[in-house]
Design a protein around this ligand. Structure first.
Ligand SMILES: [Zn+2]
Length: 416
């Protein structure tokens, strides 16, 4: 498995030692082919669904049996780390290989999955949301327009998204029809690197996630009026950037004081016309908010929108809100959390329970079937960075916990 991780980190390798495997880019397509070959090498059944999600299955003797699904993603952010995603897919692949080699016969099928475009080059959590039947034509149109990635190897123009999908042998139609039958599944497990320093600081091996924060993305468009930057008296301006600046700092104060542990981020501001000597006529601001409580998430959203309206009014601007996407906060399954903790205990690993602050495919899956996830430490908590590193012993722990959780789950099914 360590060798697999090494080999995979050569695909889309960047000069800084990270990887760029944006969904449906050339390196991502190469990764897909590599994974398919590794699944075949392991003697597992390969399958790709309409969302381009890749599966390797270890079937059991009973074709009517249900399936334990586990995995993560193989795509990356631009110049991202080698472990974010692959750790989960390859630990699961290793677990299936180990169980197959040991000749253990189980009452369930085991399936390893790599979900498409988890990082949202095109559509955030695209593969898992399609798998859960949560993508609609409207959400595709709203979100694929965001296409942040500069993918030279994907054609330009309005068909970029379709061209990107086509490269992986799928289409918007197949994407919208990729919904799985949840009745076929017992549940889902994901292992991931921790994208923060908590485990390392506490000298722990495993962090079992009990809940994942919800995320809401939206564009706020503050509309003012272009004017000469010298001629127009300051008191008479409708400067969209003034309103936006006012909003951002007040929003930060609001979230910090009223909604801990909620967080917000304004990661993009598109200014028009964007030049030295013209008063900004319009700013389109990307606002992302996260919270673990569904009620607090709703209240935070309500108060932030009221604040945006107040800032806009104060600077005599118009405000338009464009919703982009919403993944509700996800409490994870207690039973699966217990199974993972039991596996960690059996392996004499030091473990704890924690809240997850980043979005993961488990979030989507948890609405569909009993799901849980666990973390292994990432050195200095670094992630989405070429310096991301997880020690070999932690990678091995990830796979061992996966094997034992799967076996524990299978035993529980037999024992009832
Ligand atoms: Zn990830």
């Amino acid at each position: 498995m360590l060798d697999d991780l090494d080999k995979l980190s050569n695909i889309g390798k960047t000069p800084e030692g990270g990887v760029s495997r944006l969904a449906f880019s050339k390196p991502d397509l190469e990764t897909r082919a590599w994974f398919k070959a590794r699944v075949a090498d392991a003697g597992l059944d390969f399958e790709q669904d309409g969302a381009g999600n890749l599966f390797g299955t270890l079937p059991c003797a009973n074709p009517e049996a249900k399936t334990i699904l586990a995995g993560s993603h193989l795509d990356s952010v631009p110049n991202g780390g080698r472990f974010d995603g692959p750790l989960g897919v390859l630990s699961t692949l290793e677990a299936l290989r180990t169980i197959k080699e040991a000749g253990v016969s189980l009452p369930v099928h085991l399936q390893c999955v790599s979900f498409s475009d988890e990082e949202g080059t095109w559509i955030r959590l695209m593969g898992s949301r399609a798998f859960a039947g949560k993508l609609t034509e409207a959400s595709l149109a709203a979100e694929s327009a965001l296409t942040a990635g500069e993918l030279e190897d994907v054609g330009g123009g309005p068909d970029r998204f379709a061209a990107a999908l086509d490269g992986a042998g799928i289409s918007t139609d197949s994407l919208l029809n990729a919904q799985c039958d949840p009745k076929r599944y017992v549940g889902f497990i994901e292992v991931h690197i921790e994208q923060g320093p908590r485990l390392e600081e506490a000298d722990l091996n495993i962090g079992v996630v009990t809940e994942i924060l919800g995320i809401r993305w939206q564009w706020l468009r503050f509309i003012g009026e272009a004017a000469h930057a010298a001629g127009k008296p300051m008191a008479l301006r409708k400067d969209a950037l003034w309103g936006v600046s006012d909003f951002i700092l007040r929003a930060k104060a609001l979230v910090e004081s009223e909604f801990p542990p909620g967080v917000m981020n304004c990661g993009q501001a598109q200014i028009k016309p964007e030049t030295f000597n013209i008063v900004p006529a319009e700013v389109r601001l990307a606002l992302e908010i996260r919270h673990r409580s569904p009620e607090q998430m709703e209240e935070m959203q309500r108060q932030l929108m009221a604040l945006a309206k107040a800032s806009a009014e104060e600077y005599r601007l118009k405000l338009e809100i464009e919703p982009v996407g919403y993944v509700p906060p996800a409490p994870l399954d207690e039973g699966v959390v217990d199974l993972i903790q039991q596996a960690a205990t059996d392996l004499r690993l030091k473990h704890t329970r924690l809240t997850c602050f980043a979005g993961h495919d488990t979030q989507t899956l948890s609405a569909l079937m009993p799901s849980a996830m666990y973390f292994v430490p990432s050195v200095d908590g670094v992630s989405h960075n070429p310096k991301e590193f997880t020690k070999p012993e932690d990678v091995v722990n990830a796979a061992n916990v996966m094997v034992h959780t799967m076996l524990g789950w299978a035993k529980k099914l037999v024992d009832g």
